[in-house]
Design a protein around this ligand. Structure first.
Ligand SMILES: Nc1nc2c(c(=O)[nH]1)N[C@H]1C(S)=C(S)[C@@H](COP(=O)(O)O)O[C@H]1N2
Ligand SMILES: [Mo]
Length: 508
């Protein structure tokens, strides 16, 4: 045996075979995800998230942002490839033993069965497991069946070449499978909202009109959005590694439980109802004082309470359930001004924000705005919610916050600070800025209010610097005249509080 062929022998060859076949299982599951709606990696990650300590999970989701989530997925993916590959390999070897007359056939059959059972149990769907199991088995089979008598050795150079070819083939297959998965997954619903509405005349579209108003009232400050986030700049908080893909045509919202008559509302039925347009800010309970998990959009939809009233509400609480098993229970009294949204800015609600329909609950934390909503069950007592089960509170109204988003040097030498401030439906009356760590205060300039109450305002503050170090502090006074508390607290469990600070160095 030559030195260089060592990695194709014994244990390392087995490891390579296991991994190559496992990657094929995961890759194939990803490729068919658009059709099956089940992806073994997502299913397995969800199970892992349920098993891992919730404090750890919460800190992954809240603190580390998108990048760590992708990294976690990659780690899970590699582990899962190892496990499924091992299942296939073990199945194959057992099958060989069992069917001595035709070891390759026995191996293939048992490997197929083993991987299929494993994947089917993970995604909880027998059909979605078929192709991934077949791909894994073929991978294992090709890599093993080529060798001569000795299962662990590749005796001749020809054997080794064949093994390398098999690996190259599996590699190429996986590039294609993953590409198919990405292409299918990125197909989001970005239809123009107005296409199905009657107002199509230039400038008369109610969404365009409102967005025009918002643009007029926005400050144009470098380094920050105006009063409205674009759909792409809007933050996302999602318990899933990838947002669920729901088909509007086969979707319906069921209203069940303690109602006069249980009802189902199709997507089209909801869109036919009287249209409601609302500017609304969302902020995640996990958003730190200086975080970015806050955003504002114009939402289009219909009144949630009208829909519930048609079913006839008898109970005191509503449990919102979503496709991804996320759920929240809220008192019905909290819903009087709530909305079922199917549009975000000028488009249909995008997939990552809850397509086809999400709930919007004024004045509350982002977590109550359930996405991919499927069912509203009316019950007689309060139940819990997804984050409550994981140590969070925050069923009350949002905390007041000032974001110091950007600092710029203007052409005349002045320094410009800019940001947003939000206090739920109370609104923002004033933002005060201190340049000396809170000794003295001055009022910032506020953008005009958006037409709807549950929205943020922009603020800006400009001055000619005369020293190079500034300790900036910013605080808000809400619409009721209440000054924001200076007491600092972390987001967990009640949402962050406290004034915003920024140490600023200015070149003189
Ligand atoms: N079904 C479902 N709804 C959900 C979530 C989720 O993970 N699944 N996340 C919630 C949380 S914690 C927040 S802050 C908001 C974020 O909404 P966005 O992603 O549209 O910004 O959605 C809420 N609704
Ligand atoms: Mo959130």
């Amino acid at each position: 045996m030559s030195e260089t062929s060592g990695i194709f022998q014994g244990r390392s060859r087995r490891a390579i075979t296991v991994f190559a076949s496992g990657v094929s299982v995961v890759g194939t599951s990803f490729a068919v995800y658009g059709t099956t709606r089940e992806f073994v990696l997502i299913a397995a990650s969800r199970t892992a998230l349920d098993i891992l300590p919730s404090s750890l999970v919460a800190s992954i989701i809240w603190n580390f942002g998108d990048l760590s989530f992708s990294l976690a997925l990659l780690v899970f993916g590699i582990a899962l490839a190892g496990v499924t590959g091992a299942v296939s390999y073990a199945g194959f070897r057992a099958g060989e033993q069992l069917v001595e007359a035709a070891p390759n056939v026995g191996g293939m059959v048992l490997s197929l069965l083993a991987v299929w059972m494993f994947v089917a149990a993970t995604v909880w769907s027998p059909l979605a497991a078929v192709l991934p199991a077949a791909a894994g088995t073929i991978g294992t089979g090709l890599a093993i069946a080529r060798s001569t008598d000795d299962a662990e050795q590749l005796a001749t150079p020809a054997d080794r070449r064949a093994f390398v070819k098999t690996l190259a083939g599996l590699g190429a297959y996986n590039v294609v499978a993953h590409a198919v998965g990405f292409v299918q997954g990125s197909g989001s619903q970005t239809d123009d909202l107005s296409t199905s509405s009657s107002a199509s005349e230039e400038g008369s579209d109610p969404v365009d009109q409102r967005l025009g108003t918002a643009a007029d009232r926005s400050f144009d400050i470098e380094g920050m959005t105006g009063l409205i986030d674009t759909t792409d700049s809007f933050f996302t908080v999602d318990i899933n590694p990838r947002p669920p893909a729901v088909e509007a045509d086969s979707w319906a919202l069921s209203v069940t439980g303690n109602v006069e008559t249980e009802r189902e509302f199709t997507y089209e039925e909801l869109r036919q109802r009287e249209t409601m347009y609302r500017f609304k800010t969302l902020r995640c309970l996990g958003d730190p004082v200086d975080g970015d998990q806050i955003g504002t959009a114009l939402w289009t939809g219909c009144s949630l309470m009208d829909v519930l009233s048609e079913a006839g509400v008898n109970g005191s609480h509503a449990v919102f359930r979503a496709t991804d098993d996320y759920y929240y229970s809220m008192p019905v009294s909290m819903l009087s001004d709530a909305m079922l949204a199917y549009g975000m800015n000028e488009r249909q609600l995008p997939r990552q924000h809850g397509f086809p329909v999400r709930a919007l609950i004024p004045n509350r934390w982002g977590k109550l705005n359930v996405k991919w909503i499927e069912e509203i069950e009316i019950v007689d007592q309060s139940e819990s919610g997804y984050w409550e089960e994981r140590g969070w509170n925050g069923m009350g109204t949002v905390n007041t916050v000032v974001k110091i988003k950007t600092s710029n040097r203007l052409s005349d030498g002045r320094v410009q600070l800019g940001g947003h401030a939000y206090a739920g439906t109370d609104g923002i009356r004033a933002v005060l800025v201190s340049l000396d760590g809170g000794e003295t205060w001055d009022t910032a300039t506020l953008s005009d209010r958006l037409p709807d109450p549950d929205t943020w305002r922009q603020w800006k503050y400009e001055w000619q610097p005369d020293r190079s170090n500034y300790t900036i502090v910013a605080k808000a006074i809400d619409g009721t005249g209440t000054e924001q508390t200076r007491v600092r607290s972390d987001p967990l469990p009640d949402g962050a509080t406290g004034w915003s600070r920024l140490d600023l160095n200015v070149q003189l």
